[in-house]
Design a protein around this ligand. Structure first.
Ligand code: AMP
Ligand code: ZN
Length: 114
């Protein structure tokens, strides 16, 4: 999709620190990390939010989950623990309208989130 930041990262037109990649998904470091490890997992194809990718089916959401875990392993936080979060819709504060899972870890994370 034209003018989409994360489509730009997926196509290589916008630079990012990519740490994992699979055929339909990609994981890269968040530019403004909220924890010692903060990775974003996206489908390469454009979907606006979790609802869109869930409704599309075809196993893409499962692939995102798998890459989120692989990213956690790569970041060394799979044993200490991590959180994988989708912001979806206005109340969540979703800012980038290309679905992404945040993978956060490397410190004790507070719950519930603010
Ligand atoms: P959300 O508020 O859930 O839409 O999260 C968007 C996330 O994208 C934020 O955590 C931003 O720090 C992150 N972000 C914005 N621009 C970039 C970029 N160019 N590269 C990596 N992460 C980014
Ligand atoms: Zn996009």
């Amino acid at each position: 999709m034209l003018d989409c930041l994360f489509c730009g990262i997926a196509s290589g037109q916008i630079p990012a620190e990519i740490i994992q990649e699979d055929s339909r998904t990609i994981a890269f470091r968040d530019i403004n990390p909220q924890a010692p490890a903060h990775v974003l997992v996206i489908p390469k194809e454009h979907y606006v939010d979790l609802a869109a990718v869930a409704e599309a089916g075809g196993g893409l959401l499962e692939e995102m989950g798998r890459l989120a875990h692989r990213a956690a392993v790569a970041e060394g936080i799979d044993r200490s623990g991590y959180r994988a979060v989708f912001n979806s819709g206005p109340d969540s504060g979703q800012e980038v309208p290309h679905v992404h899972a945040h993978v956060l870890g490397g410190r004790r994370l507070s719950w519930p989130p603010g």
